[in-house]
Ligand binder design. Structure first.
Ligand SMILES: Nc1ncnc2c1ncn2[C@@H]1O[C@H](COP(=O)(O)OP(=O)(O)OP(=O)(O)O)[C@@H](O)[C@H]1O
Ligand SMILES: [Mg+2]
Length: 144
């Protein structure tokens, strides 16, 4: 599926809509250049899961985990990973990524997933890629 957004808030809104389709255990791989809109999508996703905490990019922390409170679904955690500054997959293993990846009570969203292909092999994932469009605020988002 391919769609176009024309502002950050539109990308967030798409994240909100997408959350209705997600189940625990889902792993979303978000690829695209710096500033492509990956974190913006996660912000929308988090809002619609009822997470009040502000979503900030885990560029330095590598992995941020958010509790999903009072959810009627089985989803208890949203985990947001950004491997942009990661040097070795081991760094993520050391902070417990395997406690979350593909776990039935957790939705994982990963920016720059190509850097951890080893950790992701044998895992069922959904890829979402972002590209800048012709206009400054246009983004093409492809889900496959
Ligand atoms: N259609 C759009 N969707 C999302 N963001 C947009 C859009 N148009 C402009 N922007 C701007 O682009 C930037 C997107 O930032 P965001 O943090 O979501 O990107 P990112 O892909 O996560 O980047 P990074 O790889 O640095 O983490 C924001 O400054 C936002 O205001
Ligand atoms: Mg980001």
């Amino acid at each position: 599926m391919l769609l176009t957004t024309n502002s950050q808030s539109e990308t967030e809104r798409f994240g909100k809509k997408l959350s209705a389709k997600l189940r625990g255990g889902d792993i979303l791989l978000l690829s695209g250049d710096l500033g492509a809109g990956k974190t913006s999508l996660v912000k929308g996703l988090a809002k619609s899961l009822g997470i009040k905490h502000e979503i900030t990019s885990p560029t330095f922390t590598l992995m941020n985990t958010y509790k999903v409170q009072g959810s009627k679904s089985k989803v208890k955690n949203l985990v947001h990973i950004d491997t942009y500054r990661l040097k070795d997959e081991k760094e993520l293993l050391e902070i417990g990524v395997e406690d979350y990846l593909g776990k039935p009570d957790t939705i994982c969203v990963i920016e720059w997933p190509e850097k951890i292909s080893g950790l992701l092999k044998n895992k069922k994932t959904t890829s979402i890629s972002f590209e800048h469009g012709n206009k400054p605020e246009e983004r093409k988002i492809l889900i496959s």
